[in-house]
Ligand binder design. Structure first.
Ligand SMILES: *Cc1c(COP(=O)(O)O)cnc(C)c1O
Length: 226
């Protein structure tokens, strides 16, 4: 990807984000995370030079490799993938800005235990399976509030900062919207408990996600397209 392409891709996304967020309120700020899982460090650097600062990976080893290769750049790194228990220590050592994919109380307890042992803290979002899809990780909407409160109570080394969700995997916009609305409703209920981020929206549906109240989007393919 050359510099012009990076600038064009980023400009296109920013323009759409601006339109969508201003339809809600000029005070509704949306953070853009560039999901770089299918991209080279060179492309990440090109996008960094075009102005993008936050990137996310979905595999611990890839996150590590890219962080090391790009360590001279002050990139804000996010982790968005399914976290296997045997990778927890590696992820903690990388000290990412935010883990979007805490998908069960069990995983949270295990993560907390390992954070305690290392005397470290980590910011995370609870992933919610608002589309009720077997292929997706996350707690079911009915359990989300309770699990969120349990993590707050029992995991002092996790800074729980909100929730994450992946929109329904369908062409039917109504169903995607329904899944986003489910997530937003849970988010609103969790604001009194300190929730700050509602991470939802990807390349194909981020404008709809913002219209439904997302304040953090994760865009991969449209940001890195040639
Ligand atoms: C890959 C990925 C994205 C980005 O997907 P695109 O459709 O390429 O924008 C966002 N969130 C998660 C959790 C992902 O794994």
């Amino acid at each position: 990807m050359n510099k012009q392409t990076a600038t064009r891709n980023l400009d296109e996304i920013i323009t759409k984000v601006e339109g969508a967020r201003l339809r809600i309120s000029e005070h509704h700020i949306v953070k853009i995370i560039g999901i770089s899982k299918y991209s080279t460090t060179q492309d990440i650097e090109t996008l960094y030079n075009a102005g993008q600062r936050a990137f996310g990976e979905n595999k611990v080893q890839d996150l590590k490799d890219k962080m090391i290769e790009l360590e001279e750049l002050p990139i804000e790194w996010h982790f968005v993938g399914t976290l296997q228990k045997n990778k927890i220590n590696n992820l903690i050592d990388l000290n990412p800005t935010l883990v979007h994919s805490l998908d069960s109380l069990d995983l949270a307890l295990e993560l907390n235990k390992k954070l305690e042992a290392k005397n470290k803290k980590l910011s995370a979002l609870l992933q919610i399976n608002s589309a009720y899809e077997d292929s997706k990780s996350g707690v079911l909407p009915e359990a989300a509030i309770e699990v969120y409160k349990q993590i707050l109570e029992s995991c002092p080394n996790i800074n729980l900062k909100g929730i994450m969700s992946i929109g329904a995997h369908t062409e039917d916009e109504k169903l995607i919207k329904e899944s986003f609305k489910t997530t937003k409703k849970i988010y609103d209920e969790l604001i009194p408990f300190g929730a700050k981020y509602c991470s939802m929206g990807m390349s194909s549906d981020f404008e709809l996600a913002i219209a439904c109240g997302s304040n953090m989007i994760r865009v991969g393919s449209t940001l890195f397209k040639d």
